[in-house]
Design a binder for this molecule. Sequence first.
Ligand code: MN3
Length: 202
Amino acid sequence: MAFQLPDLPYAYDALEPNVDARTMEIHHGKHHNGYTTNLNNAIAGTDLEGKSIEDILANVSSAGAGVRNNGGGFYNHCLFWEVMSPNGGGEATGAVGEAINTAFGSFENFKTEFAKAAATRFGSGWAWLAVKADGSLCVCSTPNQDNPLMDIAECPGTPILGLDVWEHAYYLNYQNRRPDYINAFFNVINWDVVNEKFAATK
Ligand code: MN3
């Protein structure tokens, strides 16, 4: 019942030129694979074995750093691959598009806030669009492999869109130009999947 590295829903080169194939190959095959293996090792023989990743993250404050870092790394990358698509991009659609307009005033305002959260996260971390307990949307960022599901999160909620801003996510193609990588991410967002995740929070 150990956690498994999911297959990508597209080829390594499918997100070119926004995300390059070599980065995707290393990111999925090495980094995500490593988080998955290390999470399984960290929970082996403990009472966390057999629990869902959501349950583990919701109580992560009582687990060790290995569970926090690798459990977050496992979950965050699973979400990240899902919310990208070679057929993605454009403005948010459906119920998420409406909720974004309600929360941020316009799609452009949301894009500005999300990009700012991603660009200003110092060092390694993630930017999120999350659903708060009251059902409204918020943008935030978290350090390292933390996420809004964790009971230690400053911005608690259910993430429906996430962007990895660790250097390993963009350095081969973008070097220090994180803002260019953030802009390119908007070309590949799979709003259908984000809508599915939004609907699942209801
Ligand atoms: Mn990563």
